[in-house]
Design a protein. Structure first.
Length: 89
């Protein structure tokens, strides 16, 4: 899954909401810019943390699946070896 743009999308959506709210509340231009900058920073950091967390969980799941695949392969090899040994005796 492509999560590369997740922080940017989250930041831009929050910025758009901030622009609408500050316009409705009739903030001054300086107040609007400060609020927008703060929201951009906060939501970019939150989006980055969310992306890192999702990537971390995905890596754990992939590692677990690889380990399960190795266990299944080893079990099938062991059962094939046991079947061949019993057939030879």
């Amino acid at each position: 899954m492509n999560r590369k743009n997740l922080p940017l999308l989250l930041m831009l959506i929050a910025g758009a909401v901030t622009c609408i709210i500050t316009y409705i509340e009739k903030y001054t231009m300086a107040e609007k810019l400060v609020a927008l900058f703060v929201v951009f920073l906060i939501f970019y950091v939150l989006g980055s943390v969310l992306k890192w967390t999702l990537d971390f969980f995905e890596q754990q799941n992939e590692a677990r699946l690889r380990e399960e695949g190795e266990v299944i392969e080893k079990e099938s090899e062991n059962s094939e070896d046991a079947g061949q040994e019993s057939g030879q005796e």
